[in-house]
Design a binder for this molecule. Structure first.
Ligand code: ZN
Length: 381
């Protein structure tokens, strides 16, 4: 029996906003302080671990932070909201928890250049009233561009502010939202992570794929990539440390950010349609780590944003009452004839189309693979 109960899920909504000069200054200072607190606490914890083999708790780090604020050289930590600093310590705590559980490498220092600047505010450090969001110590409400509404009656629980390399400001608002499963669908589909196309489906879906079942990369991506290459060449010509170089750098970051944003939008539309139209979605368990060794594939895999597709399919399937089946990665999806089940002896990557020696069926490599993934997925259920 289908259960149509709505489930409560945490969902982040991200918007751009335009800070006042005072807000920009205060937030930039908060980012800097949060990074400093993270790095300093990491240093302390590393020392305790290396010298005494001792684990430092979150409570101890928090007490250290209080002590730092009382010193003359770190008194400026008291000028920003204390919550983002506490949150930085919490993030460090989970980094260590993951390290000790062998889920992650040893935590690393946050570099000014490589890390995205951000600060996290929990409920006590912002107010949300009449659709306006005000962060602690930043005066007036944020001037947010509400590109889509927050869900009706949403209560934000965490707010993360960040600025990207292109100088754009973002606010990500975490809310509880109700998600209702969709009516059951008739379709079942297998997906193959594309080499020549973004994705290939085991059957064509009008408006989503071409007649064969292939999903092309976003149309504008080729032009955007050419633009990116141009901007990168221009950057390479600029003298180190010059003002023009700084400007060229921002230009590169902007083109880059646009490509990423547009691709994510594209993937969202794509995965929503796939989940809407199909009750069962079968995918291959491709881990990027396994494929990167193959250099020709590496580029295609990163382009295809396979990891993003998979993550989106996972939560959307859960939200909307669909079944996502992940098929074993060693399964010979490309070499197996989806018509008769005979396995071809070899299938070099450059072969895009082949004829089965046993039954004479002509296969597009990717469509055949997608059909095999579907069959394996259905068998595995
Ligand atoms: Zn065959």
């Amino acid at each position: 029996m289908m259960c149509a109960m709505a489930q409560r899920v945490k969902r982040a909504f991200t918007y751009r906003f335009y800070p006042t000069p005072e807000q920009a200054e205060q937030l930039a200072r908060t980012f800097g302080c949060a990074r400093l607190v993270y790095n300093k606490a990491l240093e302390e914890r590393s020392r305790a671990y290396a010298m005494e083999g001792r684990r430092v708790s979150y409570g101890e780090s928090s007490a250290m932070l209080t002590a730092w604020k009382r010193t003359q050289e770190l008194a400026f930590l008291g000028e920003v909201s204390s919550v983002p600093l506490q949150q930085a310590l919490r993030h460090l705590q989970s980094a260590f928890t993951n390290f000790f559980a062998k889920r992650a490498a040893y935590p690393r220092f946050k570099s000014r250049k490589k890390c995205r600047l951000s600060a996290e505010y929990t409920r006590s450090a912002f107010t949300w009233r009449d659709g306006e969001l005000t962060l602690a110590k930043t005066g007036v409400p944020l001037d947010i561009v509400w590109s889509r509404p927050l869900p009706e009656g949403a209560e934000p629980s965490t707010v993360t502010v960040s600025r990207d390399a292109a100088g754009r400001w973002f606010v990500s608002i975490l809310c509880e939202d109700a998600v209702r499963p969709l009516e059951p669908a008739d379709g079942v589909v297998g997906l193959d992570a594309g080499v020549t196309s973004l994705l290939t489906l085991s059957r064509p879906i009008p408006g989503l794929t071409d007649a064969a079942g292939k999903v092309a990369n976003p149309r504008h991506e080729r032009a955007d990539r050419a633009r990116l290459a141009r901007a990168q060449r221009a950057l390479a010509r600029k003298e180190r440390g010059s003002n023009n170089r700084a400007k060229a750098k921002v230009r590169v970051a902007r083109v880059h950010a646009r490509i990423t944003d547009r691709r994510r939008d594209h993937l969202h539309k794509l995965t929503t349609s796939i989940v809407r139209e199909n009750q069962v979605v079968a995918i291959e368990d491709l881990t990027v780590g396994n494929l990167v060794k193959n250099h020709r594939l590496a580029r295609a895999i990163s382009d295809a944003s396979w990891r993003q597709v998979r993550a989106m399919l996972e939560y959307k399937a859960r939200w909307y009452g669909r079944e996502l089946v992940v098929v074993d990665r060693w399964f010979p999806s490309s070499k197996l004839c989806s018509a008769c089940g005979v396995v071809a002896s070899s299938m070099p990557l450059e072969v895009r189309e082949w004829v089965c020696a046993a039954c004479g069926a002509t296969h597009d490599r990717d469509v055949n693979a997608a059909r095999n993934i579907l069959a394996a997925g259905l068998a595995e259920r």
